[in-house]
Write a protein of this length. Structure first.
Length: 379
């Protein structure tokens, strides 16, 4: 007999900032609490103080499971998950950012979990084309995933990739978009500019992402050079960190653009820090096939026009010519041309930003999308 009504969510991420995952975890916990359920949130590392306080709500337990995303490569993670299943006895288990095939569906069955789910958040490599796996691989995957109640995909792109591969049975795949908390107020743009010494008269072009090649950072730097050649009254802001930080900073300095580019590093709360409210244009010039692209939805909630690449699930979020512009990956000339177009036409930029806010309210409202998930749970 189950001892409590709990949902245990395992996120194979390090919760270092208040971003999409943390906002989702908080909203899920709040909605569960209102319905009389408890929420167990598991992460790979201890959240920093402010992040923990953001997610701690009545009825919430926060647990740490190192290496939760490495089921196949590190079987030792099965023990900690099993202990937490024994400790909390959840009715529902939901895995996020973990391997698509692993031990957890059968582990959930062993611990009498009534429903268990996996969300496919994964971006695919650059140039990825979904194809059926070999028959034997599909057979093994479907056997291992047989106890899954369902798979959630965060975009139609990811849903199609899951189904095409044969890893999951089509009837058990549901698309539920990621969402953004529309009730949160963006931070003060003036304070953000002042902190990073960006003059009021300079237009800000922003990208929030890991500082890695997959996010198109080299292409954004090349686009910045083209934009600055046409308009010196522009400042580029890159928020985030990653393995390429030192290399790309050096590249910017060598190109003589250092005083036109700000690297903030990782911020604990980009929305609350005023990053989006300070921006005039937001970019996501990824090379890999983005699963969703949370930054796009966050920018849209703040009424900002976008310049993003036509990869993965991004075209489901950014409507080309309506909420921003889509460009080909690895084409800094295209990205620069669209940035310049928006800088030269503030009325168009405002129009696209307003359209983006409307689309965000209709499709990417976190409260609504979490409610859709709870309906899938049967809660």
């Amino acid at each position: 007999m189950l001892s409590s009504r709990k949902v245990m969510s395992v996120f194979a991420v390090d919760p270092r900032r208040i971003g999409g995952v943390e906002m989702f975890a908080r909203e899920l916990s709040m909605q569960l609490h209102r319905l009389g359920w408890e929420s167990v949130l598991c992460f790979e590392a201890e959240p920093p103080g402010e992040v923990r306080r953001f997610m701690e709500q009545p009825g919430v337990s926060i647990e740490i499971v190192p290496h939760a995303g490495s089921w196949r490569h590190d079987p030792s993670v099965i023990g900690p998950i099993a202990r937490l299943l024994g400790k909390h006895r959840p009715e529902i288990l939901h895995m996020h950012f973990t391997d698509a095939v692993g031990a957890f569906p059968w582990l959930a069955r062993l611990y009498s979990v009534r429903r268990n789910y996996l969300t496919d958040h994964n971006s695919r490599p650059e140039g990825f084309i979904a194809r059926p796996l070999a028959l034997w691989k599909r057979a093994v995957a479907q056997f291992l995933n047989w106890p899954l109640t369902g798979t959630v995909a965060v975009s139609d792109y990811n849903a199609a990739a899951c189904i095409k591969s044969g890893l999951f049975v089509q009837r058990r795949v549901t698309r539920i978009y990621n969402g953004v908390d529309l009730t949160r107020q963006p931070g003060d743009p003036t304070a953000f500019r002042r902190k990073y010494r960006i003059p009021e008269g300079k237009a800000i072009v922003l990208q929030v992402s890991w500082i890695i090649p997959e996010k198109g950072i080299p292409d954004l730097i090349d686009a910045a050079a083209l934009v600055l050649a046409a308009n010196q009254n522009v400042h580029f802001v890159l928020v985030g960190d990653g393995a390429g930080m030192e290399e790309y900073r050096a590249r910017v300095e060598q190109a003589g653009m250092g005083h036109h580019v700000t690297w903030t590093g990782l911020l604990d709360d980009p929305l609350g820090n005023g990053v989006y409210s300070a921006a005039d244009i937001v970019c996501q010039v990824s090379r890999w096939q983005e699963a969703f692209g949370w930054v796009n939805a966050e920018a849209m909630t703040c009424g900002k026009p976008l310049v993003a690449t036509r990869v993965g699930g991004i075209p489901e979020i950014v409507q080309d010519g309506v909420t921003g512009y889509l460009v080909a990956p690895r084409r800094p000339d295209e990205a620069a041309a669209r940035i310049i177009q928006l800088l030269n036409n503030p009325a168009l930029a405002r129009q696209m930003g307003a359209a983006g806010r409307q689309v965000a309210e209709e499709r990417f409202n976190l409260r609504t999308n979490v409610l859709e998930l709870l309906k899938l749970y049967g809660v």
